[in-house]
Design a protein around this ligand. Structure first.
Ligand code: DGL
Length: 263
């Protein structure tokens, strides 16, 4: 690709930033637009039909407005539903984010893996098919967290979130019978926002599988060779509600954008 590509990263909210920061790390030479559909957050509380009806036309509007070379749907709750619809409707290449069940099951020693996602993601036929195809003899437990994405957003916005609230959401992941769970798939892009607290609150140590680095490599491969050098154009951050980030949030966002300014 000879021109500087534009990459649009989309999520229901701020969770997609955990994917965004990996992409910007491997592909600094690009123009970036991050869109948080805060007007419809959280997607985990919407029905499948509602999410398809919301996301497919909205992505069309964003493609028209920003002319991206590639769109990343940095949301498991949406990706497990809308990727085929998007690819049918638009010619831009898409990269989705779906539960990393295959690598988790390949690396589990105890053969006991939990998938922590939104209520929507763990209900999806797509997720169940991943388990049928890639469990590799593992016992896989699906855990639908009611509020963990909202708690992660609140924590990023500087609110005080209690240990009890987080522990209650993750405790069903930890099974201790004939074998102990040793691997937990972070099947929602919001959850890595809480990485340190998840590790601290786990009843025992597990591998937390975050697919963001693999997604970033995929984006980079799809875009092809990069021009050398660095790029300093500001990244755009957009809330679909039209609101501006508060000063606390603006400060919290900056590390996800590396050295780049946020416009
Ligand atoms: N970040 C989204 C995901 O990866 C979900 C959060 C929500 O419920 O909107 O699933």
């Amino acid at each position: 690709m000879s021109h500087t590509p534009t990459i649009l990263v989309f999520d229901s909210g701020l969770g997609g930033l955990t994917v965004f920061r990996e992409i910007i790390r491997v592909r600094p030479l690009a123009n970036y637009v991050y869109v948080a559909d805060d007007a419809y957050f959280p997607y985990g509380q919407h029905t499948e039909d509602e999410i398809i009806a919301r996301v497919v036309p909205l992505i069309g509007e964003l493609i028209t407005a920003h002319r991206p070379d590639l769109v990343v749907i940095a949301c498991n709750t949406a990706s497990t539903l809308v990727m085929a619809h998007l690819r049918e409707a638009y010619t831009v290449p898409f990269v989705g984010t779906v539960p990393a069940i295959k690598p988790a099951c390949a690396s589990s020693k105890t053969k006991r893996v939990s998938v922590l996602g939104t209520k929507g993601t763990v209900k999806r036929e797509y997720t169940k098919a991943l388990i049928r195809d890639f469990a590799q003899g593992c016992d896989v437990t699906l855990v639908g967290a009611e509020n963990l994405a909202s708690l992660a957003e609140a924590a990023l916005k500087g609110e005080n979130i209690s240990d009890e609230a987080i522990a209650a959401e993750i405790s069903p992941c930890f099974l201790n019978g004939d074998a102990r769970t040793d691997t937990v798939v972070l099947a929602c892009t919001h959850y890595p926002l809480l990485n340190d607290r998840l590790s601290a609150l786990a009843p025992w140590s597990v591998d937390w599988i975050d697919p963001a680095p693999a997604i970033a490599r995929r984006v980079n491969d799809l875009l092809g060779a990069s021009n050398s050098g660095t790029h300093s154009s500001p990244a755009q951050f957009i809330f679909t509600s039209g609101q501006e980030p508060s000063p606390i949030l603006a400060k919290a966002l900056q590390p996800f954008f590396g050295a780049r300014l946020v416009a």
